[in-house]
Design a protein around this ligand. Sequence first.
Ligand SMILES: NC(=O)c1ccc[n+]([C@@H]2O[C@H](COP(=O)([O-])OP(=O)(O)OC[C@H]3O[C@@H](n4cnc5c(N)ncnc54)[C@H](O)[C@@H]3O)[C@@H](O)[C@H]2O)c1
Length: 400
Amino acid sequence: MTSERAPGAGFIEHIPGAAPVVRPERHPRAKGVGVLGLHEGRTLLIALESRCAFARAVAGCDTNTAKIESSRRELPGLFYTDDYEAMLARPDVEIVAVYTPDHLHADHVERAFEAGKDVLCTKPLTNSLEGARRILESGRRTGRRLLVGQSTRFFEPFRRQRAALERGEFGGLDGVEMVDAHYIHRMDWYYRKSPWAATETDWVFLGLSHPVDLVRWYLGRIRTVHALGIVSAMGRSFGVQGRDAYIVNMLAEDGRIARVMGHYGCHELPTARNCIECLVFASGGTSLAQYHDMRYLHTGGAAPSEGGAAFRPGTHAEIVEDYLYAGRHYYFNSEVHGMHYGEFANYADHLASGLIAGEPRSPGLEEGVETVCVMEAIRRSAESGGPVEIGPLLERVGLA
Ligand SMILES: NC(=O)c1ccc[n+]([C@@H]2O[C@H](COP(=O)([O-])OP(=O)(O)OC[C@H]3O[C@@H](n4cnc5c(N)ncnc54)[C@H](O)[C@@H]3O)[C@@H](O)[C@H]2O)c1
């Protein structure tokens, strides 16, 4: 099993000086990154500049010149353009990072591959089977590498949760029996900022990509999904074309099971719930990772009492690990939740260190395409009301 931790992007106690963030020494062959789409992509530029060891910011591109100017004010030393071909033509751009709207990713990834670049693509990799087929075909033909920026995997509590299972705690990865993951977020502000979210994609891609990826990370290939979906009152008021709330049951190829939920037309969540949570039920214990409170909670793992008293204090106690004060500067840049600096830096270094070492990194090209197939199956299941098998969709994109 490949470890998800990149060298240089260790757990937060290894980051020198938690506040203010001090960038680790840069690798002499650090990869040059050009970012396409400078809204969320601007967060990546800042993360590259301030936190990465194996990757560095060299260029930014956006068709909106106001976005270019706001990035230029913050990071004046880079090459900026509104012409994607001009960025692709630059030899110092070794990795293209795609942060354009979901429905444009396939075209932008394909053009980067054809120009000889490796690719970091934000989630979702794409929002159609045809887009997934094209990305897979062009990635295989050109031999270029791709990492999907599944940011949740790279957030501290989720890395800790995974690392504990990789170390064999709670029964280890093979002991995982069931996963319950969700991403819930009030999104009226997002439609105002990015109207394409209502009409050009579906929340199964834009939102559910986080929990679906978490489930696939633990359970591997999914065989069947059975989904229910609705359009909320908020979604209707913004003219949402697909659905903005989903509940999904999933069955893995090997018989393990999962539940995924997403709601993007809700009001604020009660504080007891986090917007992203991953609850892993394993044979030797249960663990929960939370975004964005930065907590990792777990029960089990201690030896059961033998012979003597039925209850011994400390046995099977709940352990709460809270990384907010240690990690907020690195992950959020301040006390404000919501930015993604730390996760983006972690995955950029994860890809770049893999390219330098010639090692594969996850979630890569085929894994990303498979996740698109699962999301499309969920969309179809909610449409039809019945279960949908993933196999025929994998065949359609060339993955079966
Ligand atoms: N946690 C995460 O990983 C995370 C968070 C938010 C958004 N995202 C993803 O990032 C992507 C962008 O989301 P956003 O919120 O920044 O959207 P946005 O609408 O705010 O920004 C998109 C940017 O792309 C630019 N753009 C559009 N078409 C372009 C083109 N053809 N060439 C160059 N630039 C172009 C726009 O001008 C805009 O600045 C989406 O796919 C979204 O799902 C990921």
